[in-house]
Write a protein that binds this ligand. Structure first.
Ligand SMILES: [Fe+2]
Ligand SMILES: [Fe+2]
Length: 295
């Protein structure tokens, strides 16, 4: 029986921060820039993301999913540099991306993101990024959503919006008898703790209703910068919802250190078998942090 390996990483918040022009430092970006120069540049480190990607490539996954927050305040120079980073991770065939709230930090970022990263967020039959999108890779059907919307300062909420939810309803309905392993990719988690209310997915209830009706086999997200294993109801069984820490957090920063997940997905006689291996930073090296059998 062949096994397909999907790697999942998120929230690299790629350093270093390019020097913004005065014109770029208007509105919400000022706060983000001050936050970066005071705190975040010590947390998100290029040597950490580089080590993590080297380790990931050595595992030779069949596909890589990246669930957003590639950048910090969505400066055009950050977005261009992140496109180079994406190319270093893999080709547009081998890497699938969905954007995060930091990638939509200001409304002006959307056009830059679409141009620079669009080929990583494009469905198999599409010629431009459009959500939801579908990509088929081996036994996988990957479904990409965007929850990235510009928000007011000190808020990091996400929203799917009515149009995307309606399109997803039809799409998931058409994939119900797909026979493939359906993986839903989005940046925000489906449930947030009370202290993360300012950072929640505001229309998560509508998404959970669709998942209860149509089901998928696995949901992957980032945003909380924490390892998380939760479940939501599907039509027949519970669906695992997996959050991954940020891919660039240095050890000893009082935050969860960098990690990524590898999903070994095998089609069995009695259904899918899925093992998750979390590899991440411990002391100075990347090692196995945990293993879970999900399905
Ligand atoms: Fe993030
Ligand atoms: Fe985020």
């Amino acid at each position: 029986m062949t096994t397909f390996t999907l790697a999942h990483l998120s929230d690299p918040h790629l350093p270093p921060m390019p020097r913004p022009t005065l014109g770029e430092l208007a509105g919400k970006r000022v706060i983000g820039y001050v936050n970066w120069t005071r705190n975040r540049h010590r947390v998100h480190r290029s040597e950490v993301i580089d080590a993590l990607i080297a380790d990931l490539k050595a595992r030779r996954p069949d596909h890589v999913a990246v669930t957003g927050d590639l950048v910090n305040i969505a400066l055009p120079a950050e977005i261009m540099r992140a496109a180079e980073w994406l190319r270093s991770v893999g080709s547009t065939d081998d890497v699938t991306l969905v954007p995060g709230n930091h990638d939509a930090y200001v409304a002006a970022a959307a056009a830059h993101v679409a141009r620079a990263w669009g080929d990583y967020m494009r469905g198999d039959d599409a010629d431009a990024a459009h959500f939801p999108f579908v990509r088929r890779r081996g036994p996988l059907t990957l479904i990409g959503l965007t929850t990235a919307v510009p928000t007011a300062p000190f808020r990091a909420t996400g929203r799917l919006g009515r149009t995307q939810i309606a399109a997803l309803d039809a799409l998931l309905g058409s994939l119900a008898d797909d026979g493939n392993f359906r993986v839903l990719l989005l940046h925000h988690p489906l449930q947030s703790a009370p202290h993360r209310r300012h950072a929640r997915l505001t229309d998560s209830a509508a998404l959970r209703t669709l998942l209860r009706r149509h089901g998928v086999d696995l949901v992957l997200h980032g945003h909380d910068h924490r390892h998380a294993v939760t479940y939501v109801d599907g039509p027949l069984t519970r669906i695992p919802v997996i959050g991954v820490p940020s891919a660039s957090v240095a050890a000893g920063s009082h935050r969860e250190p960098a990690a990524y997940n590898l999903f070994a997905i095998t089609r069995g006689n009695a259904g899918w078998h899925v093992e998750m291996t979390t590899r991440g930073l411990r002391h100075d090296g990347i090692t196995v942090l945990r293993k879970d059998v999900l399905l």
